[in-house]
Design a protein around this ligand. Structure first.
Ligand code: SAM
Ligand code: SF4
Length: 352
């Protein structure tokens, strides 16, 4: 089991497959990616699978593939198939459990992956949803900030609303459910579309996630005045479509989840990392495309797992390195502190 120095259990690994992206969302990567994580530095599929297996052996239950735009990477289906094999405990090594610190009574005597998901802007998903499902992907999250073609273009820099909607429809058809849809809400840009997006969730039976705008944009133009609080988002929806809280606690999940009071299908989730910090229950760790472990979205330092792996370390050394990184996981982000130090990389590098 991976437990950090504050007693938080780490069960959720997010893997960025690439820092490249074909969109130019103004809150993420408005000018495209600087040429950093190129071919020789980014992890191969074989390396990603090896790292995933070690993490699952250490108690990771959920893996989410993200980016950049993960579906820009060739043959993601092949990678999904390999990682999905970790859902069978027979494919996860037990050797790590023989470590002295492993508790023989631990619940992870038979570790396995429980959930494999992918976050995408929808690129090519209309054609690939079925194959991804067949390969073993459980769920997909598609980002959609606007239902208005002109505003969609304004927010993302590309004219692809139709493609994104087709991606959502294809994900539903393929059974990648519940299909989640992420919308970052930014004051003056798409806050007037909150109700339309909630209506879309009802009509299409989607799990909508409204996310507060975080200071993770590559141009460092985040401004607190542009943040629409989770509370305001909820009240705006509730005034038109009354909501009921589905669960009184959110555990280690990021979202407060609501159902529509009239029993309509769909779900509303509110993710409010800025105004309602949830770091105390964080169960996440991230691996960048170039093989750096990040223990927080807002980390200012990374742990170079790629070089440890490529330097020929054996499994025990890799495990020790991972445990040490987890042990240094930050207690919380400092967005609301006067001395906020921006993350060392922007969202498209980290993997949201
Ligand atoms: N390209 C894929 C996509 O857009 O879904 C996956 C990577 S993207 C970085 C993952 C998620 O992070 C997206 O849902 C995106 O909206 C969100 N995101 C990016 N920048 C953000 C920011 N500054 N604040 C909050 N969420 C952000
Ligand atoms: Fe690309 Fe996703 Fe960032 Fe938009 S949010 S620029 S689609 S990585």
């Amino acid at each position: 089991m991976l437990t950090d120095s504050y007693g938080r259990q780490i069960r959720d690994l997010r893997i960025s497959l690439t820092d490249r992206c074909n969109f130019r969302c103004f809150y993420c990567l408005p000018d495209g990616e600087p040429p950093l994580a190129r071919k020789a530095t980014i992890l191969t599929f074989e390396e990603i699978v090896e790292i995933s297996e070690i993490f699952v052996a250490l108690g990771i239950e959920k893996i989410r593939l993200t980016g950049g735009e993960p579906l820009l990477r060739k043959d993601v289906e092949r990678l999904v198939e390999k990682i999905a094999r970790l859902k069978d405990p027979a494919n996860v090594s037990k050797e790590l459990l023989t470590e002295p610190e492993a508790n023989p009574k631990s619940e992870i005597r038979n570790p396995k992956l429980l959930d494999l998901a992918l976050t995408t802007n929808g690129h090519t998903l209309d054609r690939r949803a079925e194959a991804l499902k067949q390969a073993g992907l459980d769920r997909v999250t598609v980002s959609l900030d606007s239902l208005d073609p002109a505003n969609f273009r304004d927010l993302t820099g590309v004219d692809r609303l139709a493609e994104t909607l087709a991606a959502i429809a294809a994900a539903k058809r393929a059974g990648l459910e519940p299909v989640r849809v992420n919308a970052v809400v930014v004051r003056g840009r798409n806050d007037h579309e909150i109700v339309a997006l909630a209506r879309f969730a009802r009509e299409q039976a989607l799990a909508m996630r409204f996310i507060e705008y975080m200071p993770l944009d590559s141009k460092n133009e985040w401004d607190r005045k542009l943040v629409v609080s989770g509370r305001e988002i909820r009240q705006t929806i509730d005034a038109v479509f009354p909501l009921v809280l589905s669960e009184q606690t959110r555990g280690s999940a990021t979202a407060w989840k609501y159902a529509f009071a009239d029993g309509a299908p769909g779900e509303i989730g509110i993710i409010a990392p800025v105004t309602e910090m949830f770091c105390g229950a964080c169960s996440r760790i991230r691996l960048t495309a170039d093989g750096q472990l990040r223990t927080c979205l807002f980390s200012t330092r990374e742990h170079n797992l790629r070089d440890v792996l490529r330097g020929g370390a054996d499994r025990a050394e890799i495990v020790r390195f991972i445990r040490e990184a987890v042990n240094r996981k930050e207690p919380r982000h400092t967005i609301n502190d006067e001395q906020f130090a921006p993350a060392s990389r922007s969202m498209s590098f980290i993997g949201g």
